[in-house]
Write a protein that binds this ligand. Sequence first.
Ligand code: G3P
Ligand code: MG
Length: 325
Amino acid sequence: MLIFKRYLSHPAQLGFAFDIDGVLIRGAKVLPQGVKMLKLLQEKKCPFILLTNGGGVTEARKAAELSSKFNLPLNPKQIVLSHSPMQRLASKYGDKPVLIVGKDTCREVALSYGFKHVVTTDDIYEWNHTVWPFKNPPSNRRTDLNLENLQIAAIMMFYDSWDWGKDMQIMCDLLRSNQGKLGTLTNEPSKQSNSDFVWSNDYPLTRFAQGAFRISLEAVYKRLTGNQLEYTRFGKPEAETYRYAEDLLDNISDEMWPEHTHVQRTVYAIGDNPASDIKGANDHGWESILVRTGVWDESHGHDHDAKYLVHDVEEAVMLALEKEK
Ligand code: G3P
Ligand code: MG
């Protein structure tokens, strides 16, 4: 069966994983060549996912937001955010109190994943503002919250901290607490974190991301306790994220091509960040393509291990289709 007339024997044998920031968008600006390529793959019924270290919203919200930006329909099942694989942790922590770090919308995300008892650093601050005294106290003290004897079972950093000082203080408090109880000292709850050090928006220089926060947290924690911070990472380039992404690609492909399940698939991962997109793809046995529209540019010399280096996402997709002829 010839679907891509000049190209593949079957589109189900090919998959694409598109990074978002620096590949499909740049800050507020949509890169039109990206939209053109997504449209092409959609027309050809070629499975693709969007694999980003961004987050802070539900997959459904992200899909809706991008659908309207790109003016093309996207399914939440095609979206892998930094915290998406963490939904699998709900089987372990779903019924226990967990601290979710990230912007305020992360509460909704955690609830959508099945974490029933979500506490945020804002909750803690509003419950007792002396936890972080370098801010004007909130106008209303939250009387509906009693966090006194609560045992936080895990700290999950879903997305960039919007208040580094407060979040770092509260995370360090809990990391040193007695079984996750606020205001106590000793044992450690489990910890989850996420990767990117920098990312690119519309500012001319790269911006700090979750990885920068984690490195600071590690240093502060080390200085405080003398110990190395232990944690589990999610997001690119971590293996768990790629296993999750691969499952999504399989599901999408099976839905589109039910008569072609279990096919061998070549996946092309298109990204702008060698440390996350390229490393993750290489480690997972995907074909890695680095673009020059984001974090990486020629001034970095040859410090990347991408299989292919191209200008932008359009060149990347065309190269992949050409290879699969
Ligand atoms: O916060 C977003 C950033 O860390 C990177 O996003 O789409 O380039 O993986 P992306
Ligand atoms: Mg990127």
